[in-house]
Design a protein around this ligand. Structure first.
Ligand SMILES: Cc1cc2nc3c(=O)[nH]c(=O)nc-3n(C[C@H](O)[C@H](O)[C@H](O)COP(=O)(O)OP(=O)(O)OC[C@H]3O[C@@H](n4cnc5c(N)ncnc54)[C@H](O)[C@@H]3O)c2cc1C
Length: 496
């Protein structure tokens, strides 16, 4: 029996499907916009509760900001690549375990501001001199202290300011924490790494909100086989229409939604779940009829969107040391940089350069070739004899019309309830997506949870409209045996 198109006949009394069948013989329908991890989580949840679900996706592929590229002959994640929180409390753990995927833990530290595994770093200055590991550790300790002092500034000041401003005040007040020479450059590198977490420069990050993310336990682990298998699993048997760019969402007087796509085709359903990136919402690429209320539009415009790009380089041979990260220190955080050494985690001779904030935006002004050349110049500062890469890949998350940025960040002085408001439904329009998750925004697991939560709200809305919410024993969680099969096996952690 095709689960997508009809109800099973043996519906237990008290389920939504049985109730709806009895009342109207019409299966409740939901359109999900976007086939990233959030949209797929929402679609899967609803599909398993016997809703008719259609996913409309603008790209010709699924996964959104999770995108594993295989053109190097091995998996390379050009969007999300880490599982933040390598533990069973991570909502993605059951899927990862059931698929037998391996994680390479780069750091056991749960901190988001200081998530460094110092032993596996190789840092160099602009002239190719290796930074002594002792200095890296010392500056790391100083940076930790600076962050602690910065927290005190936050606690004693009513008004918000940027993290950079907070750090400047700390250095003014504590001359012993000021650094110079190479130590100053290493400090800039730590700031560069922190900026990469938020995907925005430190002069734009809100001090009030900067460390408010909930961090799951277990540290940070790279998905050795890439994130793609997770996406494929969630997408299994879901009706997904690729190359369907939504341009308009209209509510009708009879409680339906009409969703229009670029080609002019309309889709009608009882409700819609929007999981497009915050950058797409901010750019008003989807029109709403009637317009969204002011409390919603101000939440959309109030959030910031950062940018991060990856430049992956495949070489014919490994010529770099066996460390997890190779970094360049410099007089400003903008001029610092780092490469993730995928060889250590996966055995493939691939380096991934990661640029965030202003640098990520500036790189998008260059051609792919010029970007790869820029990255090679950085690499040659460390390894003058580095050969040309055999292949390279360049992302443009900031200008890609399907994304328009990397993920949400907290703007200085923003109201505290923006994420919550973003997640609030407007009648039968529900909102999922990374930026909606109050505790884990900017992450794959946060986006997944936001999708699950939007689908639960959507189910509740439809059941309430049917007037029988209390009577129903709802299934509002992932219960698919396909997905959770073998869920009791442990997470596989490797360390090469
Ligand atoms: C470079 C980078 C590195 C990252 N690293 C990590 C990491 O290591 N670990 C981690 O946990 N998280 C990471 N993230 C964040 C993580 O990737 C995202 O939070 C998550 O994938 C977002 O999922 P989503 O479903 O909310 O959005 P998306 O994955 O963006 O899905 C939204 C979908 O909507 C589609 N869409 C857009 N406009 C329309 C339209 N008009 N009509 C129809 N469809 C539309 C898009 O094509 C897309 O498929 C990273 C992100 C980036 C960009």
């Amino acid at each position: 029996m095709d689960k997508k198109n009809s109800f099973p006949n043996d519906l237990p009394e008290g389920t939504i499907s049985a109730l709806v069948q009895k009342q109207s013989n019409v299966q409740p329908s939901v359109i999900v916009i976007g086939s990233g991890i959030s949209g797929l989580a929402a679609a899967r949840n609803l599909s398993e509760a016997s809703f008719k679900v259609t996913v409309l996706e603008s790209r010709d592929r699924i996964g959104g900001r999770i995108h594993t590229d295989y053109s190097f002959g091995c998996p390379v994640d050009m969007g999300a690549s880490w599982l933040h929180g390598v533990s069973n409390e991570n909502p993605l753990a059951p899927i990862i375990r059931s698929l037998g995927l391996t994680l390479y833990r780069t750091s056991g530290d749960d901190s988001i501001l200081y998530d460094h595994d110092l032993e596996s770093y190789g840092l160099y200055d602009m002239h190719g001199n290796k930074v002594p590991p002792k200095l890296v550790t010392e500056v790391g300790d100083a940076f930790k202290r600076i962050l602690e002092e910065t927290e005190k500034i936050r606690d004693e000041t009513a008004n918000d300011m940027s993290v950079l401003q907070g750090i400047s005040i700390v250095l003014e007040r504590n001359p012993e924490l000021r650094l110079d020479g190479m130590a100053y450059e290493v400090l800039q590198w730590y700031i560069c790494r922190m900026e990469a977490w938020f995907a925005v420069d430190a002069n734009l990050i809100s001090l009030k909100c900067w460390d408010q993310d909930e961090c799951l336990s277990g540290g940070h682990g790279l998905m050795v086989q890439g994130y793609e298998p997770v996406i494929r699993t969630l997408a299994k048997n879901i009706d997904i229409r690729l190359s369907h760019r939504v341009t308009k969402v209209s509510r009708t007087p009879n409680n339906k939604v009409i969703v229009e796509v670029e080609s002019g085709t309309n889709f009608v359903a009882d409700a819609v779940i929007i999981t497009v990136p915050i950058g797409v919402l901010k750019a008003n690429l989807i029109q709403f009829q009637p317009e969204l209320p002011q409390w919603k539009t101000s939440a959309i415009s109030g959030l910031g969107v950062g940018n991060e790009n990856k430049i992956a380089l495949r070489f014919d041979r490994v010529f770099w040391p066996n460390v997890e990260f190779l970094g360049m220190v410099a007089p400003t955080s903008y001029a610092c940089g780092y490469f993730l050494n995928l060889h250590k985690a996966t055995g493939h001779s691939v380096l991934v350069y990661m640029a965030a904030g202003n640098l990520a935006e500036d790189l998008e002004k260059l051609s792919d070739e010029a970007t790869a050349n820029f990255v090679m110049l950085q690499l040659k500062k460390m390894f003058p004899d580095a050969p040309d890469p055999a292949q390279y890949l360049v992302t443009r998350w900031g200008t890609d019309p399907n994304t328009l940025g990397c993920y949400a960040y907290d703007v200085v002085g923003m109201p505290e309830d923006l994420y919550a408001r973003l997640g609030e439904p407007v009648d039968n329009i529900f909102f999922g997506g990374e930026a909606v998750n109050v505790e884990h925004q900017g992450s794959a697991h946060g986006a997944f949870l936001a999708g699950v939560s939007a689908s639960q709200n959507c189910q509740r809305y439809i059941f309430e409209r049917l007037g029988a919410w209390e009577k129903l024993k709802l299934v509002s969680r992932m219960r698919n045996s396909d997905v959770l099969e073998n869920a009791s096996v442990p997470l596989q952690i490797s360390r090469m």
